[in-house]
Design a protein around this ligand. Structure first.
Ligand code: C2O
Ligand code: CU
Ligand code: CU
Length: 478
C-alpha cells in the first residue's frame, strides 16, 4: 500500500506540473467537451416515463490518440442524462451487457433520490444483475428539482465499475425550476460537467487498486470532464449555467475561473439554494454537486480556464497531489449569447428546526486500522440503526482520522447541515445535501427527516475504496 501511494504521488506531481498553469499553447484542451446525450423516453407501465439503459464495455479516448477500455451505459463511457419530473412516475430498465468476468455483476443506485428502500439499489446491494440479465426500477420522484446521479453499487466492485466509467446524471425538474429565469437550454447555455480523475497505465488501460483495505484510496493524475481529458467547451457570451458533479473517488476540487472572477452558486446536492451565493472558489468533495452561474457577456472571443485551485490538504492527500492547483478545462466564449441578470432569490429553503429532532446519534469515522464507522466494518447482515418512519433525527459525524477528509453520504434523499465544528457553515451548504466532507478532527451535525422512506438504506464514506473496505453502515426505516 505504501509503495502504491508513493508511486502514485510521483506520477501525480510530474503530470500536474507538466500540464502547467496557463497552457494556452498546450496540446491539451484541443478536444471538445462531450455533452452526455439526453436519453429519449418511451411510455412505460401505467403511463410512466420509461428509460432503457444498457451497461456495456467499449473503447474510449480519455487521452487523445490512446484507446482505453471502459464501461458505460448506452455507450463506451459514462451514461446518458435522464430527465425526471417531480410527481411523474418513472421506470428504468437496466440490461447488463458487460462481458462476463468476476466483476461483471452490476446494479443501479439513485444517488440523492428519495425512493423506497427496495428501489434504492436495484435489484439490491448484494444481488447483482448478471451479465445477460435485466432489472427494472420504478418510482415517483417527490423532491425539489436538482442535479442527481446514478451509479452502480455492487458491494466490493462499486469503485472498480465507477472507475471504469459507469455513472450518469439525472436532471430532476419541477414547477420551481420551470419558473426561474435561468439558463436551461441543455448543451447550449446549461452544461453538465462530470469531473473525474483517473490514472492511466502506459498501455492506456485504466489503473485501479489491485487490493483494498483500511484507508487505501485511489487518486489519478488525469483530469477528465465528461470522460475526456482537459477538453475545451464553446460557450455563448452571456449568462451560463454549469452543473458540476465531482465524480471522483477521492479527489476534492476548488473550482475557480482563471481570472478569479466572481460567479454564483445557485444549487447544492439537493437543489436550489434560497438565493445565489457569490463565490470566487467552489469546493466540491467526491459525489457532491453544485450548479453555478457565470457571466460571460463581456467575454466574446476570449478563452479562459476553469481551474481547481490548491488548498490546504491533510498530509496523505497532499502526498498524492491534492494540494496543487491545475487547469480542468478551457472555456471559449465563441458566440454571441444572452446577457441576463443573476436572480436575487431562488426558492425558499425552510430550515428544519433542531427542536423537531427526536434524538441525536453519533457516527465516528476511523481509518487508522480498518476503515470503520463506530468501530465496525460493514456487515450486510447487520442493521446498524433503526429509525421510525416520519421521525426527524440529528446525526453527528466525527472524523477521527488525521490524514484525510471523508465525504459522508446518506442514502434516502436530502437533509440539511446544521453546523460544522471546524467553523462557520458556508452559505452554499445551507441548502439540501446528501453528501458532505468531514475534515480530520471535525464534527458535522446534520438533520434528517425520515419521511416517505421505507426499508433499508446505506450510509457510507463516498471514497469508493473506503466504502468497499467497509466504511459503511445500514439503517432501516420502520
Ligand atoms: Cu453515490 Cu451509496 O452512493
Ligand atoms: Cu447514494
Ligand atoms: Cu473515507
Amino acid at each position: 500500500m505504501r509503495l502504491f501511494q508513493s508511486l502514485l504521488a510521483g506520477v501525480t506531481l510530474a503530470a500536474l506540473v507538466a500540464c502547467g498553469g496557463s497552457g494556452g499553447s498546450d496540446t491539451k484542451f484541443s478536444r471538445p467537451m462531450p455533452v452526455p446525450p439526453l436519453l429519449a423516453a418511451t411510455v412505460g407501465t401505467g403511463g410512466s416515463v420509461h428509460y432503457d439503459l444498457v451497461a456495456q464495455a467499449g473503447t474510449s479516448e480519455l487521452e487523445a490518440g490512446k484507446p482505453t477500455e471502459t464501461y458505460g451505459y448506452n455507450g463506451a463511457i459514462l451514461g446518458p442524462t435522464l430527465r425526471m419530473r417531480r410527481g411523474q412516475a418513472v421506470e428504468v430498465a437496466l440490461a447488463n451487457h458487460l462481458p462476463e468476468s468476476d466483476h461483471s455483476d452490476t446494479n443501479l443506485h439513485w444517488h440523492g433520490l428519495k425512493v423506497p428502500g427496495s428501489m434504492d439499489i436495484v435489484p439490491d446491494l448484494h444481488q447483482g444483475i448478471h451479465s445477460g440479465e435485466t432489472a427494472l426500477a420504478a418510482f415517483t420522484p417527490d423532491q425539489p428539482a436538482a442535479l442527481l446521479w446514478y451509479h452502480p453499487h455492487p458491494h466490493g466492485s462499486t469503485g472498480l465499475q465507477v472507475n471504469l466509467g459507469m455513472a450518469g446524471l439525472i436532471l430532476l425538474e419541477d414547477d420551481v425550476s420551470d419558473a426561474l429565469p435561468l439558463p436551461k437550454a441543455y448543451g447550449v447555455d446549461d452544461f453538465p460537467l462530470v469531473v473525474q480523475d483517473r490514472r492511466l497505465k502506459a498501455d492506456g488501460s485504466l489503473a485501479y487498486m489491485e487490493s483494498m483495505g483500511g484507508k487505501d484510496f485511489m487518486m489519478g493524475e488525469r483530469i477528465l470532464v465528461n470522460g475526456v481529458e482537459n477538453p475545451y467547451l464553446d460557450l455563448p457570451a452571456g449568462l451560463v449555467r454549469l452543473r458540476l458533479l465531482n465524480g471522483s473517488s477521492t479527489r476534492r476540487y476548488a473550482f475557480a475561473l482563471e481570472d478569479g472572477r466572481t460567479f454564483h452558486q445557485i444549487a447544492s446536492d439537493g437543489g436550489f439554494l434560497a438565493a445565489p451565493v457569490a463565490l470566487t472558489q467552489l469546493r466540491l468533495g467526491p459525489a457532491e454537486r453544485a450548479e453555478i452561474l457565470v457571466d460571460f457577456s463581456k467575454d466574446l472571443g476570449r478563452s479562459l480556464f476553469l481551474r481547481s485551485e490548491a488548498f490546504a490538504a491533510a498530509s496523505e492527500e497532499a502526498e498524492a497531489g491534492q494540494g496543487r492547483g491545475f487547469p480542468v478545462m478551457q472555456l471559449r466564449i465563441a458566440r454571441p449569447g444572452t446577457a441576463r441578470p443573476v436572480p436575487g432569490s431562488l426558492t425558499p429553503v425552510p430550515r428544519i428546526p433542531e427542536s423537531e429532532a427526536a434524538m441525536t446519534r453519533r457516527f465516528g469515522l476511523e481509518d487508522t486500522g480498518d476503515a470503520v464507522i463506530n468501530g465496525k466494518t460493514f456487515d450486510e447482515m447487520r442493521v446498524d440503526v433503526t429509525v421510525s418512519a416520519g421521525s426527524t433525527e440529528i446525526w453527528e459525524v466525527t472524523n477521527f482520522a488525521t490524514t484525510i477528509a471523508h465525504p459522508f453520504h446518506i442514502h434516502g434523499g436530502q437533509f440539511q447541515i446544521l453546523s460544522r465544528s471546524g467553523g462557520e457553515l458556508p452559505e452554499g451548504e445551507r441548502g439540501w445535501k446528501d453528501t458532505f466532507l468531514v475534515s480530520p478532527g471535525e464534527t458535522v451535525r446534520v438533520i434528517l427527516r425520515f419521511q416517505g422512506l421505507s426499508g433499508r438504506y446505506l450510509y457510507h464514506c463516498h471514497i469508493l475504496e473506503h466504502e468497499g473496505a467497509g466504511m459503511m453502515g445500514q439503517f432501516e426505516v420502520q
